[in-house]
Structure formats: structure tokens, C-alpha cells
Design a protein around this ligand. Structure first.
Ligand code: PLP
Length: 388
């Protein structure tokens, strides 16, 4: 068999927070035979993937999952726009870019919304949440981000869930960058609406996202007015779970890849994956600190899959990014409110050697940047031609 050029291109090490480097079995799954989404085997695929994402979220038979074709934000928008009743109100807990996104989605759909803004890289103040809920009985739902990917902060989903449940309100959690690696259990943590995606810590390919909730909650959505046609969660639930058929054409091959990724997740185990990610993150953090690079967050707030660090050596993000890219490593910028910070994610199939290789490349990029150029030293274009 001859492979195309794109398939034989050298592996790039992805240190961005998804899409991630995937297992060979996941990549192979998208080469599955062409198929029709209304046939029994496709229906079986949807039911199987739904069962597996429910299980990885901690849900049992009382729970169901709705699968959507679209990136994580599609499932977020489906949940936010579908669950708050006409006379309800949403409290958004915001300590980063993705907290802000929850707010923006609610605003677009003209959902009455209150925002508790804690500031970027600042922890959620649970007492403030407690007071806000006590003060306003009109709040029906609370939305929060589990792993705030913009800063790498892991928010305390269990404590938050217990607090929201004590007030008798419903909790919606963006678990897009935590599910598959961080400790999360929708039952124990009182998460009513759990939103996840295929291509981060579940290590699938981009294109499928999902919402996991108790069946009862999905059924109660019949009383909530629809705010969108394509992302109407109740309509998807009725079709996918009630009639075992997708409402619209799903990305079947991406679902096949996710099915494979979920099997790999189950075989490894979420706790073991977290341990693997933590080892990579520890190596990244130790390597950065050794080189005098400052990290954004104190250790107790850090998730296992991202490290935010301050740019150093007088380098701009673009200089660092472009230099590393030439060596085959892709790093990630951060969003507007933490200028001067870059991100190294360690989600996906990364080996210890990938991290060692990254630091060799990093040192080379820094060395070239900080060594004054003399007429006898190689021209930048020549020097840049090093590949892995
Ligand atoms: C990645 C991410 C999203 C969704 O981004 P998409 O580009 O739509 O996949 C949402 N929330 C968080 C916390 C994320 O990390």
C-alpha cells in the first residue's frame, strides 16, 4: 500500500490543548467503510459511544448522553440555550476565557444571566457563590468551567456541586478540557449537565462533542422553549435516545474514532491517565523552573494537563512559537487577559521523550535568540533549517 505524503509527514508534537496527538488505533478508525447514518450499525455506534461517554462521566443507567457533531462549543451552546426555562436565570462563574464564553452564549440567546467575576487565574470564591444563591431565589441554574483552560486552573467541581445542590439549583459544567483526565463524577459531584468533547483528554479526533445528564432532566426539557433549531438538546435527545436515530447527519467516522478512543480511555483508566499526564506536566514544570521561567499558577490550582508560563529571555510569543515549530513542537498562545504568558499542554499521546526533545529544542531556540550574531555565525535562515 502506498501512503500519501500527508500521511508520511513527520509527527508533530502537539503541546496545544487539543486537538491532541492520538493513538494509531484512533487514527485508523476514520478509515472505516463508508456508511449511512440511518442504518442499524450507525445507530449501534451512536448508542455505544453515548453509553461510553456517560460511563466516563460517572453516569449510570439513570443518565444519558446526547452526541453532537461540532466542536466543544456546539455542546456548550446546546446546553446553555436549552436548559434554562423562560422564567429561569443563570449564574455564570467566571475566572477565565471559558467562563466568559458561557456568559456570551447566554447573552446571545437572551437568557437572563448574572455573572460572578473572580478574575483570571483567581480561584472561584465559594462563599461568594453561596451568598449569590442565597440572595437570589430566581437563579435556577449555575454554570461553571471545571478546568479553565485559559489559565490552567482546576476549579473545585465537587465542592461547587455540593453547594449548588444544597441550594436546590441545577449545575452545568464545562468539562471539555477535564473529562478523561481529571477527577469528575457527575453523580458524586452533583453535576446535572456535563459538557465534554472528543479531542482533548479523551484523545479522540475533533468533530464530536456531547452533553451528559440524568434522563429525567432531558425529559423535563420538553417544557423549556427552544431557542435554537440545530442545537435543541431536547429534540436531539428525543431522536437519539428516544428513537435511536440521529436527528441530523453525524460525523460517523469521527464517532468511530471516538469509540476507539473511549475504549483506550477505559483500558488505561482515568486515574492512570491523570497520573501519566501529571508525570508529563511535572517534567514540563521542572524543566521550565530549571531554566528560570516563572509559572502562572501556584501548584495547588494547577490541572494535570496544562502549564502556563511567562515568556522570558526577551522573546516574544511568536519568536518562541516559530522557533519551536521548526523543530516539530507546537506550543499555544494564551488569551487576551494574560499577555506575556504561553501555554504548554500535555494532553494526548505524549511520551517522556517528547518532553525531553521539547527542552532540547527550547534550549536551541533560546540559544540562537540570545547569542549575539557575528559575521562568522550562520545566517538565521541557514541555522533554522534544523529538523527533528
Ligand atoms: C477547548 C475548550 C472549549 C471548546 O472549544 P472548541 O474550540 O469549541 O472545541 C470550551 N471550553 C473549554 C474549557 C475548553 O478548553
Amino acid at each position: 500500500m502506498t501512503l500519501t505524503t500527508a500521511r508520511t509527514a513527520p509527527r508533530v508534537v502537539l503541546l496545544n490543548p487539543g486537538p491532541v496527538n492520538t493513538h494509531e488505533r484512533v487514527k485508523a478508525a476514520i478509515g472505516s467503510p463508508d456508511e449511512c447514518h440511518r442504518e442499524p450499525e450507525a445507530q449501534e455506534l451512536l448508542a455505544t459511544v453515548a453509553r461510553k461517554v456517560t460511563a466516563v462521566s460517572g453516569g449510570g443507567d439513570t443518565h444519558a448522553a446526547v452526541l453532537l457533531t461540532g466542536s466543544g462549543t456546539a455542546a456548550l451552546e446546546a446546553a446553555v440555550s436549552s436548559v434554562v426555562p423562560a422564567d429561569g436565570r443563570l449564574l455564570v462563574l467566571d475566572n477565565g476565557h471559558y467562563g466568559e464564553r458561557l456568559l456570551k452564549i447566554a447573552e446571545v440567546h437572551r437568557i437572563p444571566v448574572l455573572r460572578l467575576e473572580f478574575g483570571w487565574a483567581r480561584p472561584i470564591d465559594l462563599d461568594a457563590v453561596d451568598r449569590a444563591l442565597a440572595a437570589d431565589p430566581g437563579i435556577t441554574h449555575v454554570a461553571a468551567v471545571h478546568h479553565e483552560t485559559s489559565t490552567g486552573m482546576l476549579n473545585p467541581v465537587g465542592e461547587l456541586g455540593r453547594l449548588v445542590a444544597r441550594h436546590g439549583r441545577s449545575l452545568l459544567v464545562d468539562a471539555i478540557s477535564s473529562l478523561g483526565a481529571e477527577d469528575l463524577d457527575v453523580v458524586a459531584d452533583h453535576v446535572d449537565w456535563c459538557i465534554g468533547t472528543a479531542n482533548k483528554c479523551l484523545e479522540g479526533l475533533p468533530g464530536i462533542s456531547f452533553v451528559v445528564a440524568p434522563r429525567e432532566r432531558f425529559e423535563q426539557l420538553a417544557d423549556v422553549p427552544g431557542r435554537t433549531f440545530y442545537l435543541d438538546l431536547h429534540a436531539h435527545y428525543t431522536s437519539q435516545v428516544g428513537s435511536r436515530t440521529p436527528q441530523f447527519t453525524p460525523a460517523l467516522q469521527v464517532l468511530r474514532a471516538l469509540d476507539e478512543a473511549l475504549d483506550l480511555t477505559a483500558a488505561e483508566g482515568v486515574a492512570a491517565r491523570r497520573k501519566r499526564y501529571t508525570e508529563r506536566a511535572d517534567a514540563i514544570r521542572a524543566g521550565l523552573l530549571e531554566r528560570g521561567v516563572d509559572l502562572l499558577l501556584p501548584p495547588e490550582h494547577r490541572a494535570s494537563s496544562i502549564t502556563n508560563a511567562h515568556l522570558s529571555n526577551g522573546m516574544t510569543y511568536d519568536e518562541l512559537h516559530d522557533g519551536l515549530k521548526q523543530h516539530g513542537y507546537v506550543i499555544y498562545a494564551t488569551q487576551e487577559k494574560s499577555a506575556g504568558v504561553f501555554r504548554l499542554a500535555n494532553m494526548g499521546q505524549l511520551t517522556a521523550d517528547d518532553i525531553t526533545g521539547f527542552f532540547a529544542a527550547y534550549d536551541e531556540v533560546v540559544r540562537r535568540h540570545t547569542t549575539p550574531r557575528s559575521p562568522s555565525s550562520p545566517a538565521p535562515a541557514e541555522a533554522a533549517a534544523v529538523t527533528r
